[in-house]
Every structure is written in C-alpha cells, then in structure tokens.
Design a protein around this ligand. Sequence first.
Ligand SMILES: [Zn+2]
Length: 301
Amino acid sequence: MQQKPMSLIEFQRKFATEKACQEHLFRLRWPDGYQCPRCHHEHAYFHRTRHLYQCKACGYQASLTAGTIFHRTRTPLRKWFWMIFLVGRQKSGISMCSLQRMLEIKTYKTVWVMGHKIRKAMADRDAHYKLAGLIEMDDAYFGASKPGKRGRGASGKAKVVVAVQTLEDKAGFVKMEAVATLSARQIHEMAQEVLRENVVVRTDGWVAYRVLNSDHSTHEPVVVGDGSDAVKLFPWVHTLIANIKGNIRGVYHGVSGKHLQRYLAEYCYRFNRRFWESQMFDRILTACIGTRTVSYSELRQ
Ligand SMILES: [Zn+2]
C-alpha cells in the first residue's frame, strides 16, 4: 500500500535539530554502519570536536558530508532538509525567492546555489535511467517570441526535445533536453543518451527525426495535420509540455536559457517518481549524498 507522505508538522518534529539531521544523513549514507571511503574498513574513531571519522585501519579521515553536495556548507542541515522536502513536495516547483523567505536564508545567491546543487543531484540520478519500449517524442519552444519566423525556425527561443515512454494509456518515464538546434545530429545525440536499444519512437514528420531509424531504434513517423491532431497523436508529450511551460511562467517567472536544463531535470525527476511521493524526501537526499558538490562558478557556466 502506498504510504502517505510526511506532513509538515511531522517533518518539523522529526528534523528539529542539527543532530537529528546528521543522524538521518548517516543512516542513509552508511545503512550498514560506517565504512571507510578509502579502504572499506568498518571501524573508526569519531573526533567529536572536528566532526570527523578516522579509520582504525588506514587512518583516513572523512566527514559525514564529504563527497556530498553538503560538503563545506555554512548553511545548517536543517535548512537544507527543509529545502529538499519542499522541492520534492511541490509538484509545480517552488521559487527560490519563496524558499529564501521561508527558510530565512540571508542572501539570494546562497539559496540559488543550494537550489541548483539539489537540481544537479536530481539530474545526475535520472541520468542513470534510459527509456525503453514505445516512446513519444516531440519538441517545444520556451521563452518570449521575437519577430520573424515562427515554430521550428523561430529565433531567440529555447528548444526542448521531450521523450515520454508510453505504456498503453499511461505515461511512463520522461526525459527533456534543451538543444541548440533541432538537427539530426542533436536528435541522434539525445537518443544515445536517453533511449535504450530496440525502442520504437513515434514522432511527427520533421526531417531531423529520421535519424531515429537506425540499428538501435525503429522510427515511426506520423503524419500530423493541424495542431489539434498533434495533441491527439502525442497526448503525453503535449500534457507535459503544457505543464512545465505553465510552471516556468507562473512559479519561476521565466528561466534563462543556460539554466533551463536543470529546471527540466527537476520537473522530470518529480514526474518520474510521482507514484512514490512518500519516499520523495529520502530519495532526493540519497541523490544529494551520491553527487559530488559543484562550485558557484561551475554552476554559472
Ligand atoms: Zn580506511
């Protein structure tokens, strides 16, 4: 039976102190007890003042947060935990300005970096999985239109390719990639990254999609008349595109092209785990433990 997700009150009670957060992090990181990251020995001294574990076999010193996105953070774990909980909980996403106010984080830069670190962890985690079976694929355009060409030739808009696994009348996993151009080369690269072998990919008749007919996949182009046809033929892709466009307009008030990929990743991560809502917090936290931290300058690239 699906467990109910934790209420805010329960969450507040459970993670009321730094110690409670540290203990939870420890249990997720080392479920079978501490293990030296270097030699895998299971016994260590704990230096209380420096918060370090020192391996009894090789002397290696490790902290609870080393090698995770929380490494060297000056923000209390309690605030990180709340942020992860709220990001996982809010289906339409949550703005960094609201989080900054709710969690009493001093500067916008701090909350911005935290948000992107969490999103990167979510993206890294989802990168482990590829789509299989029957896939619907289509592209969408984000951002304000500029005068000139419309649709696929439009300039100044971010292009996003969306791929959804279709299971009878349900949607399975989804992947979204921001691409520079909607060329055969980009579609081929994305297919290699996100699709398993022997998939069937249904798209409209756009020429670049022909590259999907290969040794690894079968391409099923569908003739699309007007817009309403496309919605009927690719229902999932269009529902998801409409949702994420609404979120970006409503919650984030637009997203710069550079950071679009991370917002897409956050959305896909939550969508892909929508049936495990009660586990969302621990799942994102585990992703944050398993991802090396990135610096502010790396995030700005
Ligand atoms: Zn060791």
